[in-house]
Design a binder for this molecule. Sequence first.
Ligand SMILES: C[S@@+](CC[C@H](N)C(=O)[O-])C[C@H]1O[C@@H](n2cnc3c(N)ncnc32)[C@H](O)[C@@H]1O
Length: 328
Amino acid sequence: MQPLDDDNLLAVSDRYARFARSEAHGNSAFYEAVCEAIAVDEELCARIAELPPAKQQPNLVLASARYLDAPEHAPADFTAWLVDAWPRVRAVALEHRTQTNEPNRTGVLLTLLAQIDGPVALIEVGASGGLCLFPDRYSHTYDDAHRLDPDDGRSAVVTRCETTGAVPFPTRMPRIVSRTGVDLHPLDVSRPEDARWLRALVWPGQREREERLDAAIGIARTTPPALIEGDLNERIGDLVAAVPSGVTPVVQHTAVLAYLDAAGRDRFFDQMRSLPARWISYEGRGVFPRIDAQVPGGVRADENRFIVSFDARPVAFAAPHGQRLDWM
Ligand SMILES: C[S@@+](CC[C@H](N)C(=O)[O-])C[C@H]1O[C@@H](n2cnc3c(N)ncnc32)[C@H](O)[C@@H]1O
């Protein structure tokens, strides 16, 4: 075991305090209270600091605890349980990654996908369990005023999105003839443990997200997408080249490129500009500076909405889980 110094403990404490303030606040009162408690608990900070830096992230540690059925009625019980169960939590955190798969994001993606005529080969990079590969199998609602259902009727998965601006509300589903995902570590939702991990990544109290996730897992289990293990930069060229003529390749991704370094993101941008494919990107500020630079009025340094772009042109800001879409 590495000896811990105070700087390590302080860094963990600071990270959990910041997570409480800027990420959990307003989204999960329970996680906010738990992270505030961890930030001032020297014993827990010391244990977390023993993990490799990439594994210290609050989302991963908390999801690992949820995966093991940590008690969720009172924050103090959760943190006491975390101390007792630490060896098991640690093992789960070391084996897993944050791979949140959020089907609600498809409501945002669909506004662009629905504009593409003819048969589409949908390719998702960083697909996790592939649940964003089924936009045409879900029902979509925008502001409770616009709704689009799959051709065979209402879906058990209903996305919800509040909007501003001139959103091109979809009026028809894209004709998706193939669904392929690539991921460094694809999750197979037909495996109970992978589905359990995806559920653990949803935050406590987010019932609607849990129900949507379960329903989407049900759909993916009956018609599994093709999920390939690999790095997106290595695979994307071959995946696009494999699409038969007469079918439009569409590459989409959400909340993925932030995992790459700047050189990896640049390489992907350049590949996407030269490949014969349509390209829908839904990523955080700063991921593609060449797209951010085109946003009318610029992108504020504290912008926490994601930027949605179509063929490298920014079109909208969107909340990270697809719950809001502000057209530019
Ligand atoms: C936060 S998840 C998002 C999943 C999905 N796009 C969604 O929005 O629901 C990010 C995914 O990207 C994958 N990923 C990260 N870097 C990657 C890379 N270089 N190549 C392929 N997949 C990658 C991770 O394994 C993870 O499953």
